[in-house]
Design a protein around this ligand. Structure first.
Ligand code: GCV
Length: 692
C-alpha cells in the first residue's frame, strides 16, 4: 500500500521524529565539554555543536565549568576539575562495559561518563530523554543513573530491495514509501536520510543493522562485489553512530557470484569461496558486522538442497567470518510452504522447533539463530515461539516485526509495545520462578557470548514522516527502548516517546498515550479472533478475507465448519505442537480448561457454543468483539478529530487521514467476520446485531 506521495522522491528534509530541536533546548548557548576521540566522538561533537548553537561552545576542558561534560573514563584520570556531578559519574562508571554509562545531573551541570565512546552516545541521548520526560525544555534535569543494555544484540533488519522492480516493491512489506537505502539498483547517492536514520536508531540504543532484504534478489547479491564501495560508505555512516552494518546474503552466492557449480557446505571450493568473500569485505570494512541468511525458507536456497542440515550451512558461513570477528544471523523461519491443506497432520507452527531444537549446542559461537517471536508469522496474537525457549546452548535473537505487515500496515493504528512486553516478560518455565523471563534468558546467554538479544524488521521508508503513520514512529522508538531495557512497560516507553515527539502539547500527552495503549487490543478485536490468525487478504495481508488462506499451501488454516473452529494442536488429539513447550506451559495449553482465552483457537478446535473463561460463548465473543472493536475505532477517529489545531498540522492531518481509512477497514472486518460465522454456524447474535 503506497503512502500517496510520489515514489522515490527523497526530500532531503524529514520529520526529526522524537529528536526535534526542542529536545536540546536546554543546551542552547551553553558551554559543553567532550573528552573522547574517535568516530562516535566526532558524531557527538557535531551533535553538541548543533545543540549549543553559535552562542555556545564545545571544548575539551572539563575544568571550565561546562553545563554538560561527556568524558571517557580513562581520560579523566589526569584531568583537573573532576568534582561534583562529574566526580560522581566517574566513580559510578568504573567497571562498566563499553555501552554502559553513568549520568549525573544536579540541575545546573550534567556529566556523562562511560568506558567507551558508544556509552557516551547512549548517555547523551538518555539525557535528552530525561529532560523531555521531566518536562523541562530549558533546564538541565536533575538525575543520577547508571545504565547498561540488558541485551547485547539490538538489531534492525531492513527488508529493502535494491530495485523497486523486485518482488513486493522497493521495501518488502514496507508501508512508508520507498527504500531510504536503495534506488535504481544501487545504494542512494544522497545519504542524508541514511545518516538521519542512523541517528534515530542510535538514540534508542540500536547497535546493528542489516540493510537489505532477507529475500536476496539477483541484483542484491552484487552488494558483495560491485556494490561494496557504497556499502563501505554506509558502514562509515553507521559506525559514527556506534552501529555495525550487516548484509543479507543468499546461500547460493557461490553459484550466482562465484560461478561455482554448487553451494554445498561440504565442498572445499565453496568453503574457500566464502573465505575469499569475507577477506575482501573486511579489507574494505574492518568492523563489518556480518551476514543475515534466510535459507531453506519460502523457496530460498539452503543446506537442504545438498542433503545437509542447518548446522552445516550456518557453520560454513560463520567459519569464513570468524577470523575477522564477524557473525552470521541464521533465520529459523523454516517451514513447508507447499503444504497440502487436506493434510491435517502437518503443522507449520511446529516447524521451526522441529528443525532446530535438536541442533542446540552444535552451532559455532559466531552463529546467532534468529527466531521469530511466535511460531507462525507475526500475527496479532500468537503464543511465544517454543524454539525461543529451547535453545539454551545457542546464541539466539528473537525477531519482532515493527513493520505492520499483519497488524494494519501503518494505516491502522496498532501500537505493538504491549505485545512485545508480553513476549519479553514471558515466564519461560511457566512456574513463576524469579528472573525467569524470556528477556532474562536472552540476557543470561548474552553475558556468556555477547551474541544474544533481539532484532526487528524496520517500518521506515522515504515518506517525510518515515513510518507512513506518524504514530507508528512509536513502534520504532519503542523497539529500541525495550531492547535496551525489556523491563520497561509499554506505558513508560510511550510516555517518553510522546514527551519527546510532541513537546509543546503537554496537556495532550495522557490522551496520546491512552490512544496508543489501547490500539493493539482494538486491532485484535476486529480482526482474527482468539489467536487463530490468518483471516487476511492473501499476498497483500491488509483487510479481511476469512477463507483467504484456508485452502492454500501456506499452512495457515482456521478449519471453521458449521459446528466450530480452531486448530487442534494438542498432544492428545492434534498436531502435538503444545508438547513443544516447557512442561507447565505444555499442560496449560493442552487443555481447554486451562488454555488462556486469547489463544484458545490457536491450540484447540472447539464448538461455537464453547464457553470461554470470560463467561461468553466463542460465537458470541466473535460477534461482541468485532462490533466493539469497530466501535472503538470510530471513537479513536472522533477523538482525533477533536484534537484539530492542538497538534502540529502535518501530524494531525496524517493521522486523521489514516484513522478515516481504519474506520472503513474495521467496519469491513466486522461485517465480513461476523457474517461469515453467522452463515457458518447459524447461531444468531444474542444482541440481534448480525444481519448480513
Ligand atoms: C521477507 C513472511 C512475509 C515475507 C517475508 C517472510 C520472512 O512470509 O510475508 O514477506 O519475507 O515472512 O520473514 O522471511
Amino acid at each position: 500500500m503506497r503512502s500517496g506521495r510520489a515514489a522515490g522522491t527523497h526530500t532531503g528534509t524529514s520529520d526529526p521524529c522524537w529528536l526535534g530541536p526542542a529536545t536540546t533546548a536546554f543546551l542552547r548557548g551553553r558551554q559543553v565539554s567532550l573528552l573522547a576521540e574517535g568516530p562516535i566522538a566526532d558524531t557527538l561533537r557535531l551533535e553538541l555543536a548543533t545543540a549549543v548553537g553559535p552562542a555556545g561552545a564545545v571544548g575539551g576542558d572539563p575544568s571550565c565549568e561546562p553545563a554538560l561534560v561527556l568524558a571517557r573514563h580513562d581520560l579523566l584520570a589526569g584531568a583537573v576539575g573532576v568534582t561534583g556531578p562529574l566526580r560522581r559519574a566517574a566513580d559510578a562508571a568504573a567497571g562498566l562495559g563499553e555501552e554502559g554509562f553513568a549520568l549525573v545531573g544536579d540541575g545546573s551541570t550534567a556529566a556523562v561518563v562511560a568506558t567507551g565512546e558508544r556509552g557516551l552516545l547512549h548517555g547523551y541521548f538518555h539525557l535528552l530523554r530525561s529532560a523531555a520526560t521531566a518536562g523541562s525544555h530549558e533546564v538541565l534535569p536533575t538525575l543520577e543513573t547508571v545504565q547498561e543494555p540488558a541485551l547485547p544484540v539490538r538489531m534492525i533488519n531492513q527488508w529493502d530491495n535494491t530495485s523497486a522492480g523486485d518482488h513486493l516493491g522497493s521495501v518488502e512489506r514496507g508501508y512508508a514509501g520507498d527504500s531510504i537505502f536503495f534506488s535504481d539498483g544501487r545504494i542512494v547517492q544522497d545519504r542524508r536520510r541514511i545518516s538521519d536514520y542512523a541517528r534515530l536508531l542510535a538514540s534508542v540504543g540500536i547497535n546493528a543493522v542489516s540493510i537489505n532484504n532477507v529475500n536476496v534478489h539477483p541484483a542484491a547479491v552484487r552488494l558483495l562485489t560491485d556494490g561494496l564501495p557504497d556499502v563501505a560508505d554506509v558502514a562509515r555512516i553507521f559506525r559514527g553512530y556506534g552501529i555495525a552494518t550487516y548484509l543479507s546474503v543468499s546461500f547460493a552466492s557461490p553459484i550466482v557470484l562465484g560461478d561455482l557449480p554448487t553451494a554445498d557446505p561440504g565442498d572445499e571450493s565453496v568453503v574457500a569461496w566464502w573465505a575469499g568473500v569475507a577477506e575482501g569485505l573486511y579489507r574494505e570494512i574492518p568492523d563489518f558486522g556480518g551476514f543475515v541468511v534466510k535459507a531453506d525458507s519460502e523457496g530460498r536456497p539452503g543446506p537442504f538442497d545438498y542433503g545437509r542440515d542447518h548446522v552445516d550451512g550456518a557453520n560454513l558461513i560463520a567459519g569464513a567470518l570468524r577470523p575477522f570477528g564477524g557473525r552470521v544471523f541464521w533465520r529459523c523461519f523454516v517451514y513447508d510452504h507447499r503444504q497440502d491443506w487436506r493434510d491435517r497432520s502437518t503443522d507449520r507452527a511446529r516447524a521451526a522447533y522441529d528443525h532446530f531444537a535438536a541442533l542446540d549446542g552444535r552451532f559455532a559461537d559466531n552463529v546467532v539463530l534468529q527466531v521469530k517471536c511466535g511460531p507462525m508469522d507475526f500475527q496479532v496474537r500468537e503464543p511465544v515461539s517454543p524454539l525461543a525457549l529451547a535453545m539454551a546452548e545457542t546464541n539466539t535473537v528473537v525477531e519482532f516485526q515493527i513493520t505492520q505487515e499483519y497488524t494494519g500496515q501503518q494505516i491502522d493504528l496498532c501500537c505493538l509495545l504491549p505485545q512485545w512486553h508480553e513476549i519479553l516478560t514471558f515466564d519461560v518455565s511457566g512456574e513463576q520462578l524469579p528472573g525467569d523471563t524470556l528477556a532474562s534468558a536472552l540476557a543470561r546467554r548474552g553475558r556468556v557470548t555477547a551474541s544474544s538479544g533481539v532484532c526487528a524488521v524496520s517500518n521506515v521508508g522515504d515518506d517525510a514522516n518515515w513510518t507512513g503513520h506518524k504514530l507508528a514512529q512509536a513502534n520504532l522508538y519503542g523497539f529500541g527502548r525495550v531492547a535496551w531495557d525489556p523491563a520497561l512497560s509499554a506505558r513508560e516507553v510511550l510516555g517518553e516517546w510522546t514527551a519527546l515527539t510532541f513537546p509543546d502539547a503537554t496537556d495532550l500527552h495522557e490522551t496520546l498515550i491512552e490512544l496508543q495503549m489501547g490500539s493493539w487490543g482494538t486491532y485484535e478485536m476486529y480482526t482474527a479472533p482468539l489467536g487463530v490468525g490468518w483471516m487476511v487478504t492473501p499476498h497483500t495481508h491488509y483487510g479481511p478475507a476469512v477463507d483467504g488462506y484456508e485452502y492454500s499451501k501456506w499452512g495457515t488454516y482456521h478449519f471453521a465448519d458449521r459446528d466450530g473452529l480452531g486448530v487442534d494442536r494438542t498432544v492428545a488429539t492434534g498436531t502435538g505442537f503444545a508438547g513443544q513447550y516447557p512442561k507447565a506451559w505444555a499442560e496449560r495449553y493442552e487443555h481447554v480448561e486451562t488454555c488462556p482465552d486469547e489463544l484458545l483457537l490457536f491450540f484447540h478446535h472447539v464448538p461455537y457454543s464453547h464457553l470461554l473463561h470470560s463467561g461468553t460463548t466463542v460465537i458470541q465473543h466473535i460477534y461482541d468483539t468485532h462490533v466493539e472493536g469497530a466501535r472503538r475505532v470510530v471513537e479513536m477517529r472522533d477523538l482525533w478529530r477533536s484534537l484539530e489545531g492542538r497538534l502540529d498540522e502535518a501530524s494531525w492531518t496524517n493521522v486523521m487521514e489514516r484513522l478515516e481509512r481504519q474506520v472503513n477497514s474495521a467496519r469491513e472486518w466486522r461485517d465480513q467476520v461476523t457474517t461469515y460465522f453467522f452463515r457458518k454456524s447459524g447461531v444468531p447474535d444474542r444482541n440481534g446485531r448480525v444481519v448480513h
